[in-house]
Design a protein. Structure first.
Length: 158
C-alpha cells in the first residue's frame, strides 16, 4: 500500500510540473502575448512565470524526494532487475538533475532580478532579456522533465 501512495505522489508531482510548464509556455503565453511587442515587469509573461517557477521547483523537490524514498523503501526488490536498468536510470538522473538545477536557477536567481526592481532600479533595462532567459530556461526544463518522465515510464517495464 505504501508503494502505491509513493508512486501516486511521484506521478502527481510529475503531472503538476510538466502540466504547468506546458500550459504556461505553450498555451497561455502565446495567446496573451499576441498583440504585445515588448515584455516588462508588468507583462503577463512575468506574472505567469512568477507563479510557475516556484510551483515547478516545489514539484521537482517532491519528485526527487518521493523517488529517493521509493528507492530506499524497495532496496531489496532491486536485486532481480534486468541488465541495463541502472544505465537507463543513470541517464534519467542526468535529465532530472538538469531540470532541477535549471529550475532552481530560474526560481532563485533570475526571478530576483525582476522582483526587486524597487531596490535596484538599474535592473529595469534588463527585464526583457531576463524574461527571455527565464522563458527559454523554462522551456528547457519542460523538455528535461518530459524526457525524464518518458525514461521513468520506460524503466517501469523492468
Amino acid at each position: 500500500m505504501t508503494n502505491v501512495i509513493i508512486i501516486f505522489i511521484h506521478l502527481l508531482a510529475a503531472g503538476v510540473a510538466l502540466g504547468s510548464l506546458v500550459y504556461c509556455l505553450k498555451v497561455y503565453l502565446p495567446v496573451v502575448e499576441k498583440g504585445q511587442t515588448e515584455r516588462n515587469e508588468n507583462s503577463p509573461a512575468y506574472k505567469i512565470v512568477d507563479l510557475m517557477a516556484p510551483t515547478v521547483f516545489a514539484s521537482l523537490l517532491i519528485l526527487i524526494g518521493s523517488g529517493i524514498y521509493f528507492l530506499l523503501e524497495n532496496y531489496s526488490a532491486q536485486v532481480g532487475l534486468k541488465p541495463g536498468y541502472y544505465n537507463l536510470f543513470g541517464i534519467k538522473m542526468v535529465f532530472v538533475a538538469g531540470a532541477f538545477f535549471t529550475s532552481m536557477y530560474v526560481t532563485f536567481s533570475l526571478r530576483i532580478h525582476i522582483s526587486d526592481l524597487d531596490l535596484s532600479p538599474q535592473n529595469k533595462k534588463l527585464v526583457p532579456d531576463t524574461l527571455r532567459k527565464i522563458i527559454g530556461l523554462s522551456k528547457m526544463t519542460m523538455w528535461l522533465i518530459a524526457i525524464a518522465l518518458f525514461l521513468g515510464i520506460w524503466l517501469a517495464r523492468y
